[in-house]
Each structure stands twice: as structure tokens, then as C-alpha cells.
Design a protein. Sequence first.
Length: 300
Amino acid sequence: MHGLRGAPGLAGGRVRRYKAAMGEHELLRVVSFESRRADDMASLLRRHGMDPTMAPSMQEVPLGDQADALAFGKTLLARELDILVLLTGVGFRMLVEAIATEHPLDDVLAALRDIKLVCRGPKPVAVLKGWGLTPAVVAPAPNTWRELLVALDAELPVTRQRVVVQEYGIRNDELLDALDDRGAELASVPVYAWKMPDDTSALRAAVADCCEERVDGLVFTSQQQVHNLMETAVSMDCRDALVEAMRRRLVVGSIGPITSEALAACGIVADLEPELGRMGHLVKLMAADGRGRLAVKRGA
């Protein structure tokens, strides 16, 4: 979708001056806010020649009351459902595990085979395959709810269909409204919530590093990472300084349009956004174009 957005070409002299200032072999210092896959992200960044700082920004916590999941389980086993929309892999796994506390897992999987399973992206597909299940529809990259709607319209119209949406950490009212407008008999099932990590020391340190320009770039893989970073900066009374640093002195990588929209809502334009919304593609783009974009922003 986007590589370098709006970056003017660098004259050779400017690049040479930038390299001289940075050090020819100095690693690009990049902050990641990944939590559950922090080790994977750190490994990717190092493999592509960058120096990672890991600042876990969130945790996925199962709801204490799984009444909605258990009620959905009864509907599922009664075969009173046509389509299940899966927004996340971790959420689908939690949903099945919650239902399996009251019903045999084999019965749950058999019921899931009798309905159409729709996946927003590759992560729920991977969980399905682990249980021997096959999706009927998979949204194409960049795997947002908008692509999901396009895929449903083309392959599996929801009019007069009994549809349940497995929610992620927050309720997606835009998706639910769009499905309702299409005539679906609609329900949603919350399974988990996004919360701040129990230990926010690394996140607070990352905010300070960004404001003091002790790092060169940031990579975001979800909109919630953006929200939690800003919430942390507010608690430290330095949100404006952080936004200014991200706008003018740090290169900002975003995994896809939903995350980029969250950044834009804070007044920040994502400098780098890969065509495919996957962690590896984001890291490769940062490795390829991060230094050049940083040179432009810092006026090398």
C-alpha cells in the first residue's frame, strides 16, 4: 500500500552527511510495543540489522464473566447459527476454551464444522487449522474489517443469515453496524479485554527515550498499542513532547491502515506502512527505508 510516504528524494550529499552524523555502522534503534509476540519481534528486528528496545504495551485478559461465551456455545451446539466471524486468533481460542468448560471439545468442533467460518486474517486461520477446521472466507490483506466486508459481499452475503461476531479487545461498532445494514440477524460475543501490562516500567522508559531522542524509530502492530502509549505519555505529562518527537524526529512504522488511523487521530502520519499487514513485512520495510526517512525528518 505504502512504502515511503511523501518523502522527498535524498541528494547524495545529504545521505553522506546523515551517515557521518549517525555513524556508518550504527544500528537503527527501534522501539517495539509488541507484547505477546515480543520475542518474535525482537528477533526479527535484530535479524534485519536493527537494535530493538522492547516496551510491552498491553495484555489480553479473558473476561472474568464468560456468560456471553457460554450462551453462544449453547446456540452453536443447537445449530442455531449460520456464520461465525472470527476477528482474532487468540480470541477464537479463548472462545472455544470457554465453551469447552461446559461441553465436550469434540462436540464443539463438530458444531463449528456445520457452520461457515469467516476469518479477518491469517491468525484465526492458523487456530482453525490446528483444530482441523477450514474457513469459508478469509479477508485479503491488509486484513481489516473493511476487507472482511468486501469478501463477505462477494463470497458469502449475510442477508437473513444468523451471524455472530467474535469480538476482539474492544467492540467494533462500525463492523457491526455494517453487517446490520446488510440484513444479518446479528449478535456479538466478547471474550477478552485489552489492558495495560501489569508492569509499565519498560513502556514509561520508552516514552522518555522517544522524547529525548535516544531512539530512532517506533513500530506499531495494533491500534491499541498507539492508545496505550499515548495514555502512558499523558500519565507522565509529556504527551505533546512525544507527539512532536514522533512527527519530526523519529521514523514511525505502522502495520496497516487501522493502526495508521489511530496514529493519525493523534496527529501523527505513519512514515512506513507495508503493503501486507504482517509483522515481517513491517520490519523489512523499516530496515530498507527507515534510515532514509529518518534522515529526511531530522533534516540531515
